[in-house]
Design a protein around this ligand. Structure first.
Ligand SMILES: NC(=O)c1ccc[n+]([C@@H]2O[C@H](COP(=O)([O-])OP(=O)(O)OC[C@H]3O[C@@H](n4cnc5c(N)ncnc54)[C@H](OP(=O)(O)O)[C@@H]3O)[C@@H](O)[C@H]2O)c1
Length: 236
C-alpha cells in the first residue's frame, strides 16, 4: 500500500522539496499552507511528478481546528496517514528592543505552537499506522545569535518539544525526528532563491534526507539530525 504523508508549509522551499522527493518515491502527498495561489502552483508542479496522488489543503498551523480539519481531509481522501512533516515556519529578526509583541507571537505561534497543533491532530492516525513525525527545526535551535530572540526561542523550544515527544511516542511505535538545517536556499524571510545561493543546502537535499530517514531500519531512530552547507559562503 502506498504511504501517505502530510507536509505543513509544503507550498514552497523545504516543504516543497520534501514533497517532490516523496512524489518521486511513489508516495501520496498532502501539502498545506495559507496562500491559495502558492498551494495551487505547488500542486501543479507536484502533479506533473505524481498525477492524482497529491492534494493541497489551505490550513494555518496557528489554528488547531484547521490542522484537525487538514488531517481529516487526508484521512477522507486516502484512509490513512503514515508520515507527518511539521515544517511550516516564519522568521522575524530584530533586537529585543525593536521586536514587537505581534512579531514575537507570529514566530512562536507558527514555529512552536503550530507544530504542537499539527502533532496533536496527527497522533491518533499515526498510532494506527505506526507512523513517523519529522519536525523541521534549525541550527538556530542550538546556536543563538543577535536579532534571533524570537526565532531562537521558537527553535530551541521546538527541539526540546520534539525530543520529549519522541520519548512519549516511540513506545507506541511512532518514530520522531527533528532535522536542524543551517542555510537552505528558499523563500524564507522574504528571500528569493538565486544562483548566488548555490553554496547553500538546496530543498531537494532535505527531501533526500527525509527519504533516507524513512528508509532507516525500523529498529533504529536518528532522533536529532544537524545539517549544514559542506562549504561555507566565501567572504567577499
Ligand atoms: N531556509 C533556511 O535557511 C532554513 C534553515 C533552517 C530551518 N528552516 C526552517 O524550515 C522551515 C521551512 O522554511 P523555508 O526555508 O522552506 O521557508 P519558505 O520558503 O518561506 O516556506 C515556508 C512555508 O511555510 C508556510 N507557512 C508559513 N506560515 C504558515 C502558517 N501559519 N500555516 C501554514 N503554513 C505556513 C508557507 O506558506 P504560506 O506563507 O502560504 O502559509 C510556505 O509554504 C521553517 O520552519 C524554517 O524555520 C529554514
Amino acid at each position: 500500500m502506498k504511504k501517505v504523508a502530510y507536509i505543513t508549509g509544503g507550498s514552497k522551499g523545504i516543504g516543497l522539496g520534501i514533497a517532490e522527493a516523496m512524489c518521486k518515491a511513489g508516495m501520496r502527498v498532502a501539502i498545506s499552507g495559507r496562500n491559495p495561489e502558492a498551494l495551487q502552483s505547488a500542486l501543479s508542479k507536484l502533479s506533473q511528478i505524481a498525477e492524482g496522488e497529491v492534494i493541497a489543503i489551505q490550513s494555518d498551523v496557528r489554528k488547531l481546528e484547521e490542522e484537525q480539519a487538514a488531517i481529516n481531509k487526508v484521512l477522507e481522501t486516502w484512509g490513512q496517514l503514515d508520515i507527518c512533516i511539521a515544517n511550516a515556519g516564519v522568521g522575524k529578526f530584530a533586537t529585543i528592543e525593536d521586536l514587537t509583541a505581534e512579531e514575537w507571537n507570529s514566530v512562536i505561534d507558527t514555529n512552536l505552537t503550530g507544530v504542537f497543533h499539527t502533532v496533536k491532530a496527527s497522533i491518533p492516525s499515526l498510532k494506527s499506522s505506526k507512523g513517523y513525525i519529522i519536525t523541521i527545526a534549525s541550527l538556530a535551535g542550538t546556536n543563538f545569535f543577535k536579532f534571533g530572540s524570537a526565532y531562537n526561542a521558537s527553535k530551541f523550544g521546538l527541539v526540546g518539544f520534539t525530543q520529549a515527544i519522541m520519548l512519549d511516542l516511540r513506545e507506541h511505535g511512532i518514530k520522531v525526528t527533528t532535522i536542524m538545517p543551517g542555510s537552505v536556499s528558499t523563500y524564507f524571510n522574504g528571500r528569493t532563491p538565486s544562483p548566488e545561493e548555490d553554496w547553500k543546502i538546496q530543498p531537494e537535499d532535505i527531501g533526500q534526507m527525509v527519504m533516507d530517514l524513512l528508509r532507516m531500519n525500523p529498529r533504529t531512530l536518528p532522533s536529532k539530525v544537524e545539517v549544514r552547507p559542506a562549504i561555507p559562503k566565501k567572504k567577499a
